[in-house]
Write a protein that binds this ligand. Structure first.
Ligand code: PHB
Length: 388
């Protein structure tokens, strides 16, 4: 042991001996942040973390003055590493609560792990339907959406516009599959027909052959699910292939969220459905956008909102237990019944603990997804297979 280490150990021993018990109980809350810091979803992870930190820094963000210590893991959006990564947080770092992640496949492994350990989990993006379906649990809440929700709303909109023949195109994993399923359910209920499903493995971006297939099929409308870096390339390639002029899109909002600066002219006019729109003109959203831009020198997107709301959920739970995060049952019950005053609009959680929320129709204008109306009001995921 070198001198500094000895000095530090002595200081800690001295501190814990002299600090009264009540103050010791107020140790920092350990939040495990499991998000992508690399790969096609890296920017999404940053936006979630920035949103989360913004709320925590607000007055009252950490009730009972509990300080937060972050333990961060880059999950690389890689499901094959997910179980090891989440177990590091649970078993090695002994975190009090986990916030994560973006990718549905990674989040499914996280849900399984916390069902065993009992660690509270707040999901700030990943939409895997099963998380608030068959894998639902008292210690899992979601501040974002289920994959079914925005897909279903796109289907409603496409049918309402009178389109009859649709092609769906998506990454072939839970998020793409379940978004497309939601789209198909609503579109076909509304009188349309999905004539072709085109897929590629996550995170591939070789779209050319699939775009040629869309041109050959000549559908009335295309529904797509991509996000992050992959969505940037998809929208540019769709335009470059000449399809933007001939086949309209009604897409999952993630295709055009957090991506518009990079997509530029290719994204203009694209219609999408999501639980957030940049220019929602409410005092809550305006204040949020201003604070976010001041703090992070960048504009917020749906991911920032979901991170911010994940922190609001934790804060609501902590308030109920006066900062004592070890009271898991009471903390979880309070998070589950909290009404979240989100920049997207107020929402509460379904019995399966997924947001019940308005899904908006948006249109890309400049670098904003502009509000064009409510596609589906107070949409609740059916929560199929959840026994809570
Ligand atoms: C997901 O994998 O659930 C996912 C990823 C990125 C998004 C939305 C959903 O933007």
């Amino acid at each position: 042991m070198n001198i500094t280490r000895i000095a530090l150990a002595a200081a800690i021993a001295l501190a814990s001996a002299s600090v009264p018990l009540a103050a010791q109980a107020q140790a920092k809350i350990k939040v495990g942040l499991m998000l992508p810091a690399t790969g096609t979803f890296a920017a999404l992870g940053t936006a979630i973390e920035n949103g989360f930190r913004l709320y925590v820094a607000e007055p009252g963000g950490t009730p009972a003055r509990r300080e937060i210590e972050f333990v961060r893991v880059d999950d690389e959006s890689d499901p094959s590493k997910a179980t090891d990564n989440v177990n590091k947080l649970i078993k090695r770092d002994n975190v009090d609560v986990i916030v994560g992640t973006v990718h549905s496949g990674v989040a499914l492994a996280m849900a399984r792990a916390v069902r065993e350990s009992g660690t509270p989990l707040i999901v700030p993006n990943a939409g895997a339907d099963a998380i608030t379906g068959p894998l639902c649990a008292p210690n899992i809440v979601r501040s974002s959406f289920s994959n079914w929700q925005p897909g279903f709303a796109s289907g409603v909109m496409a049918a309402q516009k009178g389109y009859k023949r649709a092609v769906t195109i998506y990454w072939n994993y839970a998020a793409g599959q379940e978004s497309a399923k939601g789209f198909t359910e609503a579109f076909e209920k509304g009188g349309g027909k999905v004539i072709k499903e085109l897929t590629l493995p996550f995170p591939n971006v070789e779209f050319q052959a699939l775009l040629t297939e869309i041109a050959a099929q000549k559908p009335d409308v295309v529904f797509a699910f991509f996000a992050g870096g992959g969505a940037v390339k998809f929208v540019k390639d769709y335009d470059a292939a000449g399809l933007k002029k001939t086949v309209p899109m009604v897409v999952s909002g993630f295709v055009t969220d957090g991506t518009l600066e990079a997509q530029g002219a290719s994204a203009q006019g694209i219609l999408s459905t999501l639980h957030y729109a940049d220019n929602l003109d409410t005092p809550r959203n305006n204040a949020f956008r201003k604070a976010y831009a001041l703090t992070w020198k960048s504009q917020p997107d749906v991911y920032s909102v979901q991170g911010y709301d994940a922190a609001q959920m934790l804060s609501a739970g902590l308030k109920a237990v006066k900062g004592d995060i070890k009271q898991r049952e009471a903390l979880q019950a309070a998070m589950a019944k909290a009404v979240i005053d989100s920049p997207r609009g107020k929402f509460n959680l379904s019995p399966q603990r997924n947001p019940v929320q308005d899904i908006y129709l948006r249109e890309v204008k400049g670098v904003n997804n502009e509000f064009r109306g409510v596609a589906v009001k107070a949409l609740a995921d059916p929560g199929r297979g959840c026994r809570l």
